[in-house]
Design a protein around this ligand. Structure first.
Ligand SMILES: NC(=O)C1=CN([C@@H]2O[C@H](COP(=O)(O)OP(=O)(O)OC[C@H]3O[C@@H](n4cnc5c(N)ncnc54)[C@H](O)[C@@H]3O)[C@@H](O)[C@H]2O)C=CC1
Ligand SMILES: O=C(O)CCC(=O)C(=O)O
Length: 445
């Protein structure tokens, strides 16, 4: 494979096509359909589903930003709070040109389920801003980040709704947002947002937490299906925060990472890629394939044969259109919503196991919770402590979902919904929001 230096500046047609595929299968409808299945399995009364199928609060905002060329551009942003019966809502902020209201709503619902599975004291939230940060200057991005916080400031806060990074946002953006919030509130509120730089109260281990969680779930899955990770052929779609660290971790575990991709395309080498070198050379938006002369498309990469396929970019990547051409033993969903419902069914028929996003990528919010706890108590933990607690939580969550799938005879995704919705429903029942009976022992005398 030859390497060249060059600069892509536009989004490829393949990206457009991938997103159109996602539009065919609206993530909010997919969330609602499976939520209904889980609520019915648990025999919850109708109002439980009616309450949880949409966010409890959804805000759309306009953010005027002075651009470097003197013009003013008006950006659209969203914040969705799915349910706050358990506690404050929690979830990342995505900066991406194709953010939609339904996507943000679905992402907030998935956050609620994620926090339910992992037993965090939160409901789900999510934010998004329609923008392309790759085409903006540092100054423009800072003004947009601060403008977004001003626009949503009434709705968020350390005990209301706690944002974090997601696609195309990072620790620097969290730092600007934290600073803006402190100015508005006129006090220091480090637990308003997580994923911050360490110097501003970020937790050790947060940057790699999502990837570490994916690695742990993959290891647990491998034990179940008798897959040897050492020497296993792995393909990872996306080389940003989650994909790149995961590639590095798998490389260190002795797995062979044979394909990776970014927004521009993919690189594939059946002999294994030099991951440490790619880690050095990726840019801050997780782009690396522009360094290669020979690339393939994201679509082609997903269809290459491997043992483990890890989508770690956007939603709606494995659909009815390509599910029959996916050739792997297991898919571990690091991205949110990468596999549509129809594709999940097709893959199950073909014996391909899917480890669902709301379990596999929960390491990020778990360590965000640890960051929030550390900020609230003003006492900071060493990285080993963070890692140990993360591993414990992921293992417990995996067992919960796996046992639920065995108990009800359902696939891992449906099991994750069943395991995740329980806490939400029970807290809503306990508050008297919806009718229902709590399991014995939950309501103390
Ligand atoms: N950062 C976190 O802690 C968590 C992230 N996730 C999910 O993991 C996924 C990746 O997130 P991050 O790594 O944080 O984002 P990132 O912004 O660091 O990286 C995104 C990667 O996806 C690629 N990409 C973007 N658009 C693409 C397209 N249309 N086709 C192919 N590749 C594309 C980018 O080039 C980049 O390599 C997202 O689905 C996110 O919601 C889930 C849990 C936590
Ligand atoms: O770290 C967090 O609070 C949320 C991360 C996130 O957005 C996600 O898990 O999808």
């Amino acid at each position: 494979m030859t390497v060249h230096s060059g600069k892509h500046v536009t989004t490829t047609q393949e990206t457009q096509a991938a997103r159109q595929g996602a539009a065919e299968d609206n993530p909010l409808i997919a969330f609602q359909e499976l939520l209904k299945e889980a609520a019915d399995l648990l025999r919850y009364p109708g109002p439980v589903y009616e309450l949880l199928k949409d966010p409890i609060r959804f805000l759309e905002v306009k953010i005027p930003v002075r651009m470097d060329n003197g013009t003013t551009q008006i950006f659209t942003g969203y914040r969705s709070q799915h349910n706050d019966a358990v506690g404050p809502t929690k979830g990342g902020i995505r900066f991406h040109p194709e953010v939609t209201p339904d996507e943000v709503k679905a992402l907030s619902g998935w956050m609620s389920l994620k926090c339910g599975i992992t037993d965090l004291p939160y409901g789900g939230g999510k934010g998004g801003v329609v923008c392309d940060p790759r085409s903006m200057s540092f100054g423009e991005l800072e003004r947009l980040s601060r403008g977004y916080v001003r626009a949503i400031s009434q709705l968020v806060g350390p005990s209301k709704d706690i944002p974090a990074p997601d696609v195309f946002t990072n620790a620097q953006i969290m730092a600007w947002m934290a600073d803006e919030y402190d100015h508005i509130r006129e006090n220091d509120s480090p637990s308003f947002i997580t994923g911050k730089p360490i110097i501003l109260g970020g937790s050790l281990g947060r940057e790699t937490a999502t990837s570490k969680g994916v690695l742990y779930t993959l290891k647990l899955t491998s034990e179940q299906i008798g897959l040897q990770l050492r020497g296993a052929r792995v393909i990872i779609q996306g080389f940003g925060n989650v994909g790149s660290h995961l590639a590095q971790m798998l490389h260190e575990e002795g797995a062979k990472v044979i394909g990776i991709s970014d927004v521009f395309g993919a690189v594939y080498d059946e002999r294994g890629l030099d991951i440490p070198d790619l880690m050095e050379r990726r840019d801050s938006f997780g782009a690396v394939t522009h360094l290669f002369r020979e690339t393939i498309t994201n679509k082609e990469l997903l269809e290459k044969e491997c043992d483990v396929l890890v989508p770690a970019a956007l939603g709606g990547q494995i659909t009815e259109a390509n599910a029959d051409r996916i050739r792997c033993r297991v898919i571990v969903e690091a991205a949110n919503g990468p596999t549509t419902r129809e594709a999940t069914k097709r893959l199950a028929e073909r014996g391909i196991l899917v480890v669902p996003d709301i379990l596999a990528n929960s390491g990020g919010v778990i360590v965000s919770y640890f960051e929030w706890v550390q900020n609230n108590q003003g006492l900071y933990w060493p990285e080993e402590e963070v890692d140990g607690k993360l591993k414990e939580k992921i293992e417990k969550s995996f067992r919960k979902v796996y046992q639920t799938s065995q108990q009800y005879g359902i696939d891992m995704r449906t099991a994750a919904y069943v395991a995740g919705v329980r806490k939400l429903a029970e807290a809503s029942i306990a508050r008297g929001w919806v009718p229902g009976v709590l399991p014995a022992g939950l309501m103390q005398k």
